[in-house]
Design a protein around this ligand. Structure first.
Ligand code: ADP
Ligand code: MG
Length: 250
C-alpha cells in the first residue's frame, strides 16, 4: 500500500530525514515511535505531500508520487496525479484541525462535497453512519467548541474517513488529550484496525503500539533505527538507542 524508499528531507541546510524507507502492506498497522524531533511527523507529512522531499521514492498503492532517477534528480508526478494519489490517504493530527465555524456533520461533508463533488443526498447518510460508528451521532449539529478533546479527535477521525481513504495516517492523535480522554480515541483506532484499515500511527502510547500494531518502527535522528514485529521490538529491542528510549517510556 505504501512504499517509501530512501526519503530525504531538508529544512534549509538541515537534513531532518536522512534516508527513511518503509513498506506498509494492505491492512497492516505500523506504529512509529521515537523521541521528539526525530522526524516522525515530517515523514508522515512527506507521504501525504504536505512537505516535498529532496531525494527518494514514494509509491502509494503501486502509483508513484515522487521518484528519483539514477542522476539523483527527484521528480513529482503531475499535480492532478499528486491530488489523486494523496486522496487515497487520510490524516489525523495532534490538534484535531476541525473547522470551528462548521457543525460536526458539516465538518464531515465539507471535503467530500468540495473536493470529490459528492452529492448531499449520498454523503449525509454516510457521514451520519460514520458519526454513529465513532459514537457521536448525537453531536451532529454541535460545533467543535462544545466538544471534549476526545470527542473532537473522534470527529477528526470520522472526517478523514468520510473521504473514503484506503490508508490512514495518525500523528500523535492522543498527545493533546487529557489522560482520561485518550482511551476513547484509542478505542476508535483499535476498531479501525480490526476493520483492516491500513494505518501508520505515530504515537507515544506504547501499550497501544505493542497490542494493535503488527510492526513497530523506531526512528531517531532522521533515520529508522529499528523496524520489527511490534511485540518483538517491545519485548527485546535490539539497538541500544531503542533500548534507551523504551526504558524511558515504559
Ligand atoms: P517529530 O515529529 O519526530 O517530533 P518532526 O518531524 O516534527 O519530529 O521534526 C524533525 C525535525 O525537523 C526537528 O528538528 C524540527 O525542528 C524540524 N522541523 C520540522 N518542521 C520544520 C519546518 N517547517 N521548518 C524547519 N524545521 C522543521
Ligand atoms: Mg511530531
Amino acid at each position: 500500500m505504501i512504499r517509501a524508499v530512501d526519503v530525504h528531507k531538508r529544512f534549509g541546510p538541515v537534513e531532518v530525514l536522512k534516508g527513511v524507507s518503509l513498506d506498509v502492506s494492505h491492512g497492516e498497522v505500523v506504529a512509529v515511535i521515537g523521541p521528539s524531533g526525530s522526524g516522525k511527523s515530517t515523514f508522515l507529512r512527506c507521504l501525504i505531500h504536505l512537505e516535498t522531499i529532496h531525494r527518494g521514492n514514494i509509491e502509494i498503492e503501486g502509483e508513484a508520487l515522487v521518484r528519483t532517477n539514477a542522476q539523483g534528480h527527484c521528480q513529482y508526478v503531475p499535480p492532478a496525479d499528486i491530488s489523486r494519489v494523496c486522496r487515497k490517504m487520510g490524516m489525523v493530527f495532534q490538534h484535531f484541525n476541525l473547522f470551528p465555524h462548521l457543525t460536526v456533520l458539516q465538518n464531515l461533508i465539507e471535503a467530500p462535497l468540495t473536493v470529490k463533488g459528492a452529492q448531499l443526498k449520498e454523503i449525509v447518510p454516510k457521514a451520519e453512519a460514520l458519526l454513529q460508528k465513532v459514537g457521536l451521532f448525537d453531536k451532529c449539529d454541535s460545533y467543535p467548541s462544545r466538544l471534549s478533546g476526545g470527542q473532537k479527535q473522534r470527529v477528526a477521525i470520522a472526517r478523514a474517513l468520510a473521504m473514503e481513504p484506503d490508508i490512514m495516517l495518525f500523528d500523535e492523535p492522543t498527545s493533546a488529550l487529557d489522560p482520561e480522554l485518550t482511551g476513547e480515541v484509542l478505542a476508535t483506532m483499535r476498531e479501525l484496525a480490526e476493520d483492516r484499515m491500513t494505518m501508520i500511527v505515530v504515537t507515544h502510547e506504547m501499550a497501544f503500539a505493542r497490542e494493535v500494531a503488527a510492526r513497530a518502527v523506531f526512528m531517531d535522528g532522521g533515520v529508522v533505527v529499528e523496524a520489527r514485529p511490534a511485540r518483538e521490538l517491545f519485548a527485546a529491542p535490539e539497538h541500544p538507542r531503542t533500548q534507551a528510549f523504551l526504558e524511558k517510556m515504559l
